[in-house]
Design a protein around this ligand. Structure first.
Ligand SMILES: [Mn+2]
Length: 451
């Protein structure tokens, strides 16, 4: 079977399962049908006439890989769903053509002149509206807008991924890998302008900036200490100009049929004492990240894995001499949380931070953890431990009673390198220990290191 046939068949199973699951959810909440609106273009500001490209609502994309405003999918308790597409007569612009057309055959597709034209064709009975343009719900005369119970059940369907969705996530990883390879090559060749690296990534992945799953994080040197560094430098950095050692943190993904990849790599070029220590830390973080990926077990809490990432970071900081206490003490005193403030990872799918894995709050000392679920077959999530030299977070430690537990001259020497994050996307394919598939490493084998 060709890859295209495999994807088509997997989609047929995906949509059949969705129809069954939607019928159940509709019945559970007393609805006869649901209208899912793809979305509307949003204005960049109220004071001009420019719009952002539409990013379809995920419930819509769960069915149809169609990046088109004002498409309406009507799903009833039984029968083939109806897909209404507004046939725009617009000589200013028109929407993206879908990358693949495999989904059309699974819907009763109808062209309409406007959203208003759908109103008379809505199913009888109680009809819910799911979407983010509430004006459209009003236009259609629907007042059950994003009903909480129904939306919760529909979101739950996105937590475990179908074979089709995993194939899309694999392709999204493959595309992102091309970008990471291109940026690494440019960095290795001496490129020291963040904007140039960002544009190289877009070019290699054939993505326009608004199409990426999230804004690329392209950080040279100390900018890596800004966790979401997206204000790219437009001139060569100081170390590049001086021919000194430099680090690069690239956190960037790609989309395929609406599904996202989310990958981070950290590199260092050049030599010198501090660069050597930093490289050693990158290598240690790489080993730690791989060990965490290997430790994923069905039935365990993800938060326990996050705690384990702090234990490993504590050991690693002690080993490198960054802390002058045991790793366990560094964790117990909250020191590792000053070097690694974010969570170990998050659910991934149609949204970069996908739904369903953060239904309960994390413990108070893990405020930014976005996955508190029990690890289950079918989940896709990231594993992305980090280590950073963030002045604002380290200052209270430096000025507090535990200051003596840190080698500050070493911290100061490492601060120009910003930080380290290594991130892969994992699919829990089965409940045996070896049944967790890393979707990233087959296409991007190394997490970082010296170039
Ligand atoms: Mn991530």
């Amino acid at each position: 079977m060709s890859a295209d046939e495999t994807l088509d068949r997997a989609y047929a199973d995906h949509v059949a399962a969705l129809r069954t699951a939607y019928a159940k959810a509709l019945a559970a909440h007393g609805f006869d049908a649901v209208v899912i609106h793809s979305g509307s273009a949003r204005k960049r500001t109220d004071f001009d006439d420019q719009y952002w490209p539409v990013r379809p609502v995920p419930h819509f994309q769960h069915w149809a890989a169609l990046q088109e405003p004002d498409a309406l999918l009507v799903v009833r308790a039984a029968g083939v769903p109806t897909l209404y597409r507004v046939t725009h007569v617009d000589f200013w612009e028109h929407p993206y053509a879908p990358e693949r057309e495999h989904f059309f055959a699974h819907f009763d597709v109808r062209g309409v002149a406007s959203v208003d034209a759908v109103k008379g064709s809505l199913p009888a009975g109680r009809v819910a509206f799911v979407g983010d343009d509430l004006a459209r719900a009003a236009q259609l005369g629907l007042d059950a807008v994003n009903p909480a119970g129904l939306v919760r059940d529909l979101d739950a369907l996105r937590v475990t991924k179908s074979r089709y969705e995993v194939l899309c996530l694999i392709e999204a990883n493959r595309r992102a890998a091309r970008g990471h390879d291109a940026v690494l090559a440019a960095f290795a060749a001496g490129e020291g302008v963040e904007l140039a690296l960002h544009l190289a990534y877009l070019g290699a992945t054939s993505q326009d900036d608004p199409e990426t799953p999230y804004k690329n994080i392209v950080a040279l040197g100390s900018n890596a200490a800004t966790l979401h560094h997206v204000s790219y430098g437009r001139r060569p950095t100081e170390p590049t100009r001086a021919g000194a050692a430099e680090s690069l943190l690239l956190d960037a993904g790609a989309t395929f049929l609406g599904y996202c990849s989310d990958i981070t790599r950290t590199w260092v070029r050049g030599r010198g004492e501090a660069a050597g220590v930093f490289r050693g830390l990158v290598d240690a973080m790489e080993r730690s990240q791989r060990a965490l990926c290997d430790a994923v077990r069905v039935g365990d809490g993800y938060e326990a894995l996050h705690d384990r990432s702090h234990d490993q970071l504590g050991a690693l900081l002690a080993e490198a001499g960054v802390v002058r206490c045991s790793g366990a003490e560094a964790v117990a005193k909250g020191i590792t949380r000053r070097f690694y403030p974010h969570g170990l990872g998050h659910s991934l799918g149609l949204q970069c931070h996908d739904v369903g894995c953060a239904l309960t709050k994390p413990r108070g000392d893990n405020p930014f953890l976005r996955n508190t679920s029990r690890i289950a077959v079918g989940q896709v999530f990231t594993i992305e431990p980090g280590l950073y030299f963030i002045d604002a977070l380290l200052r209270p430690l430096r000025e507090g009673p535990d200051a003596g537990l840190v080698d500050w001259s070493l911290v100061d020497a490492l601060t120009p390198f910003g930080g380290i994050r290594i991130e892969d996307d994992l699919f829990v394919a089965g409940d045996a220990p070896g049944a967790v598939e890393n979707l990233t490493r087959p296409v991007l084998p190394v997490g970082g290191g010296q170039v």
